[in-house]
Design a protein around this ligand. Structure first.
Ligand code: KIV
Ligand code: ZN
Length: 506
């Protein structure tokens, strides 16, 4: 097989990242984008872990048609039944069972023998197999397990019906050579290995997740488990975009393909960053803000003469919008709509009307409107959080001899405008205090980042924040040429998410 199956676990292992909290609607939005990206298998969640996870997996299973939808399960009957209940309506359902295999886990955590683990694994694979043909099994902490025992488990679970055998480097401990040897050993020592796809699942504790995954692929693995932007438990999982682009850019070396439409990578990365509230570091490979920026004069000179001198990938191939002028103040609605379609956005008339209005306002403030600006503006329009409160007006007074003061006006759930004012330690604090006086939901601001979408003094500022209420965190995003307005929008976005969740829980 010369194609690598891309198994995305952003919605399961990715969401296990400390501080990530996605609503059911966020998860559905991400799943839809993953399907557009061409992901083969979407691990949508861990149904037994919470009612919210169950609901999200069930919803995704009903909606997604092209990708397989996978539910994670402990190796026990109740968890498997719950996983099946959540994915059974999927066009292509998969159950993924995991059970620890290393002596460290068996001795200190499970207090079970190897024989007991083997028996439970077989029994549970057989149980899942009664529900669906597509069953995956993971001997957890495989990279710290004696290889001979992994071979025994592998042979047994494949015999019981597992069609994918996943080999997790659960704690990100393996080196590429060791991990590759383990995968090669499986092909050499498991007689029925031809009946299953060998999968890899690498964590990034030593920064080796992508290197380990690629080495495993070299040694015969044909499914790779990864997450968008590499988010996940602790230091995260192998980054989907890095693996896919390594396989594509170095196809001369790997001679392998994937089903991924790489032009959707940037949009997917932005969506995941926005909804999880995790900003992407500027030097992040493939999708970081500096990934295609050339600073040195020699490099710039080379790229102007011929891009290939210093660029190994075309930024367009990962869907990075160009930062050169595309539209201006005089551009009409038709040109705007066409540009949106070229960027892959199809909007209904109502959203288009709002977006065009926002574009006109931006074009009035900014000399040049680029694809990056449009992309940031559209992210605002496509946000699916239903607003309970809408930011109608914000005004601040500040300076080195002024006490920062803010006045805000919000439109409430009853359609009435409510205004209030507050002082703060700075302009953003004053705005947040004024909003708090109206919305009255106790919360704590735990993260605040601001960055510019493009270069220049008139650039759009993008604010990503995270607030915490009752131990749950909510992210918010806002964009505007005025960073105080962007900050107010981000706060309203996070508050509206919080209020939407409260409404559902009532
Ligand atoms: O890292 C791990 O071992 C896992 C398993 C559930 C596959 O995430
Ligand atoms: Zn994992």
């Amino acid at each position: 097989m010369d194609r690598v199956i891309i198994f995305d676990t952003t919605l399961r292992d990715g969401e296990q990242a400390a501080g990530a909290a996605l609503s059911v609607q966020d998860k559905l939005d991400i799943a839809r984008q993953l399907e557009k990206l061409g992901i083969d298998v979407i691990e949508a969640g861990f149904p037994i872990s919470s009612p919210g996870d169950f609901e999200a997996v069930q919803l995704i299973a009903r909606e997604i048609k092209k990708s397989s939808v996978c539910a994670l399960s402990h190796a026990n009957a109740e968890a498997i039944d719950r996983a099946w209940e959540a994915v059974r309506k999927a066009k292509k359902p998969r159950i993924h069972i995991f059970l620890s295999a290393s002596d460290i886990h068996l001795l200190y955590q499970l207090k079970k023998t190897r024989e007991e683990i083997l028996e439970i694994s077989l029994e549970m694979v057989a149980r899942a197999k009664k529900y669906t043909d597509d069953v995956e099994f993971s001997p957890m902490d495989a990279s710290r397990t004696e290889p001979a025992y992994i071979y025994r488990i592998a042979e047994a679970v494949i015999k019981a019906g597992a069609t994918t055998l996943n080999i997790p480097d659960t704690v990100g401990y393996a080196t590429p050579q060791e991990y590759g040897d383990l995968i090669e050993g499986i092909f050499k020592n498991v007689p029925n290995i031809g009946k299953a796809v060998v999968s890899v699942h690498c964590h990034n504790d030593l920064g080796l997740a992508v290197a380990n995954s690629l080495e495993a692929i070299q040694r015969g693995a044909r499914q790779v488990e990864c997450t968008v932007n590499g988010i996940g438990e602790r230091a995260g999982n192998a980054a989907m975009e890095e693996i896919v682009m390594a396989l594509k850019t170095r196809s001369d070396f790997y001679h392998l393909t994937t089903n991924i439409d790489t032009t959707q990578i940037y949009k997917t990365s932005r969506l995941v960053s926005e909804l999880t509230g995790f900003a992407v570091q500027p030097n992040k490979a493939i999708i970081g803000a500096n990934a295609f920026r050339h600073e040195s004069g020699i490099h710039q000179d080379g790229v102007i003469k011929k891009a290939i001198t210093y660029e190994i990938m075309d930024p367009k191939s990962v869907g990075i919008p160009s930062s050169s002028l595309v539209l201006g103040k005089l551009s009409g609605r038709h040109a705007f709509k066409e540009r949106l379609a070229e960027l892959g956005y199809i909007m209904d008339e109502d959203s288009l009307k709002h977006a065009f209005q926002a574009f006109k306002e931006l074009a009035d403030k900014k000399r040049e409107v680029t694809d990056r600006d449009i992309e940031s503006l559209i992210a605002e329009e496509l946000r699916t959080v239903t607003e309970v409160y809408h930011l109608d007006h914000v005004e601040v007074s500040c300076g080195n001899h002024n006490i920062p003061t803010a006045t805000v006006r919000l439109i409430g759930p009853d359609g009435q405008a409510v205004a209030d004012a507050a002082l703060g330690t700075g302009p953003v604090d004053a705005v947040y205090e004024a909003i708090n006086r109206i919305v009255k939901v106790p919360n704590k601001l735990t993260e605040f980042t601001v960055k510019s979408v493009t270069e220049g003094i008139d650039a759009i500022g993008e604010v990503l924040i995270r607030i915490e209420s009752n131990g749950v965190s909510y992210s918010g995003r806002g964009a505007d040429t005025d960073i105080i307005v962007a900050s107010a929008k981000a706060y309203m976005n996070a508050l509206n998410r919080l209020l939407a969740v409260k409404k559902v829980r009532k």
